[in-house]
Design a protein around this ligand. Structure first.
Ligand SMILES: Nc1ncnc2c1ncn2[C@@H]1O[C@H](COP(=O)(O)OP(=O)(O)OP(=O)(O)O)[C@@H](O)[C@H]1O
Length: 219
């Protein structure tokens, strides 16, 4: 599904090139639960932005389903992202002014679904994360674990090909972290490909494969 070949990415800092990714080769197959581990600053977020079609300025080749992403315009890449990728972040990134269902419906609105279809899909997605009772609840009153469940429901509502989870348990206590990881495990068993990024070694037991990123390279 995903094939990265000799990916390099640099940033200019004070007119000097600073290389963050130094030739990444990675293949991710449908159905995998892959872990990318690395210390702060090793390039994890930079790599995720690229895999999630958020950043197309890099050297090397990114093939998605056998086609180089270079052939797509920015608009096409946005559409591919909306259809194929779900994002889950450490800080949940929910919209505080919206209730639970509205947050989950957001990607469907971008995808152009009718409100009736969106309502149906959001309910289905919230059921999968065990929050069907919380539909009309303001997200402001939810616990960290519940917030992350809403974020996961939002990430899977489009039935994406893969979910990128960037330190999804970083802001949660150990019991809640366990529950969230069990939820990812369940989703993976239903066929959702998971790309987990973390610096927490203990989460690697959930992964079928673990890659270690060190200073922009897999070690
Ligand atoms: N837009 C940018 N401009 C300049 N430098 C950047 C930019 N984004 C990232 N960097 C640098 O690239 C390096 C890797 O950053 P990245 O965020 O990918 O690391 P990370 O492994 O995700 O770290 P963390 O775990 O702290 O999020 C860091 O040194 C960072 O300062």
């Amino acid at each position: 599904m995903i094939k990265l070949e000799d990916i390099k990415k640099s940033f200019q800092i004070n007119r000097e090139d600073f290389t963050v990714l130094k030739g990444i080769n990675l293949e991710i197959h449908s159905g995998e639960f892959i872990g990318i581990l690395g210390r702060s600053g090793s390039g994890k977020s930079t790599l995720l932005n690229l895999i999630g079609f958020l950043d197309s300025r890099f050297e090397g080749v990114y093939e998605f389903d056998g086609k180089s992403t270079r052939q797509y315009s920015d608009n096409e890449l946005s559409r591919i992202r909306n259809k194929n990728v779900g994002f889950v972040f450490q800080n949940f990134s929910l919209i505080e002014e919206m209730n639970v269902k509205q947050n989950v419906e957001l990607p469907l609105m971008y995808a152009g679904l009718s409100s009736k279809q969106a309502d149906e899909e959001a309910r289905n997605s919230l059921k999968q994360v065990g929050l069907e009772e919380f539909l009309g609840q303001s997200v402001k009153v939810l616990s960290g674990g519940q917030r992350q469940r809403v974020a996961i429901a939002r990430a899977i509502v489009n039935q994406p090909r893969f979910v990128i989870a960037d330190e999804p348990t970083g802001a949660l206590d150990s019991k809640t972290s366990y529950e969230i990881m069990e939820l990812f495990k369940e989703l993976n068993q239903k066929g959702v490909t998971i790309i987990l990024v973390t610096h927490d070694e203990s989460l690697t037991s959930y992964c079928n494969r673990v890659m270690h990123l060190l200073d922009g390279e897999f070690s």
